[in-house]
Design a protein around this ligand. Structure first.
Ligand code: NAD
Length: 366
């Protein structure tokens, strides 16, 4: 955007904490930044990036998966853009010292209790899924996963002799706030919420079901159904179009959203936003993919789409977010494919870097 002549010109500036992490993290975050730079230039705002360590690279550099400086930086940022953490190198460490503990502590520290994971099937990629086209065409689901409670955080946990245990615990207020996020989202979408639990077996799920039902009374225009998690896992594959918003706990949401990612063709396509706290975190739903790290073949679209969610949810730059989404769809429509989605008529197999540049160029050219 050109600077207007003869006027004092104030450019909007946002402070973004960037955490590349491990494995493919640095490769995919670089492409998201490239795309963000193109769109911010285009739309007349500035992004100031501050880089922080977390995960395995932080363990190597500072001896801890979440250095204080990283948490402080994230707390003072307008938003956090994150790649992924983890890898075999750190797998033998005790749980508290492992890379994943850094991410859990960051989520907890920022109090981001709601993880939004949109699952959309691009028409251009109908062939990339292992499922039949007529089953997945038109799928548009939002998984709302509770992120800082449940079995990943419950106490007591640990090991005693030949036993190991974790505790799945939710309070009414924790369920109420995540249910509200789901119903609010449904109001702006297809007005349907499916709450997933295991209420036929777990006490914690019975409480979950009661509270979600109570919250639903505030949203008479939204249809609520309850589904057991085992059935939901099956229904996602059998008839995914029945779902609009799925709300569920931390563990079930983790598993179901990975499953749902395969509707779209690759885990490398799906973004996420973790919101509700002091600064939101935007990250792909996949991990650090050590099996392909350093090869330049990772799909950066999940991270680029996460950057789009950041513009929309944290910075209020909706127009810029739409430009990214449009450019991603156009790149796919034009036949550009990274290796993970290239099992048919790809124009060319793109590297991570090429895919980022194609999307950034589409934005720059308008
Ligand atoms: P993963 O998501 O890293 O990889 C699963 C499979 O998907 C692999 O075959 C990988 O190559 C592929 N894949 C993932 N992202 C891709 C992309 N952008 N493009 C193309 N292919 C992609 O899961 P995993 O292998 O179970 O875990 C690897 C490491 O990541 C572990 O240390 C795990 O703890 C960690 N992890 C981190 C996060 C996170 O940082 N949020 C999430 C899940 C797993």
């Amino acid at each position: 955007m050109a600077k207007p002549k003869g006027e004092t010109y104030y450019m909007k500036r946002y402070n973004i904490a960037v955490i590349e992490g491990d494995g493919i993290g640095p490769e995919i975050v670089a492409e998201a930044k490239k795309v963000l730079d193109a769109v911010s230039y285009n739309e007349g705002f500035e992004l100031e990036y501050k880089e922080y360590l977390m995960g395995g690279c932080a363990i190597d550099a500072c001896g801890t998966p979440l250095p204080d400086e990283t948490l402080r930086g994230a707390l003072s940022a307008d938003a956090v853009l994150f790649g992924a953490i983890g890898g075999d190198k750190w797998n033998s460490l005790p749980r508290e010292k492992r890379p994943e503990s850094g991410l859990l502590a960051l989520r907890k520290g920022l109090e981001v209790f709601a993880n939004l994971r949109p699952v959309k099937v691009y028409d251009e990629l109908l062939e990339a899924s292992t499922l039949k086209k007529d089953v997945i065409k038109g799928v548009d689901i939002l998984v709302v996963r509770e992120l800082i409670g449940g079995i990943y955080f419950g106490e007591p946990r640990g090991r005693e002799g030949d036993r190991a245990f974790n505790t799945m615990v939710y309070s009414e207020s924790e369920v109420e706030r995540i249910a509200k996020v789901a119903f609010e989202a449904a109001m702006k979408r297809g007005k349907k919420v499916c709450s997933v639990d295991k209420a036929n077996v777990l006490d914690v799920s019975q409480l979950w079901r009661e509270v979600v039902t109570k919250v639903s009374k505030e949203y008479p225009n939204v249809e609520l159904v309850h589904m057991y998690v085992d059935n939901a896992a099956m229904q996602l594959i059998a008839n995914p179009r029945q779902f609009d918003v799925i709300v569920t706990g931390n563990l079930f949401g983790d598993i179901l959203s990975d499953e749902a990612s395969m509707l779209s063709g690759s885990i490398g396509l799906l973004p996420s936003a973790s919101i509700g706290g002091r600064a939101a975190i935007y990250e792909p739903i996949h991990g650090s993919a050590p099996d392909i790290a350093g090869q330049g073949i990772a799909n950066p679209i999940a991270t680029i789409s996460s950057a789009s969610m950041m513009l929309k949810y944290s910075l209020g730059e909706e127009k810029a977010a739409k430009k990214i989404d449009k450019a991603v769809a156009k790149a796919l429509k034009d036949g550009y494919r990274t290796k993970d989605i290239s099992n048919y008529d790809a124009k060319d197999i793109c590297s991570t870097e090429e895919m980022g540049s194609i999307i950034a160029d589409l934005i720059s050219k308008g």
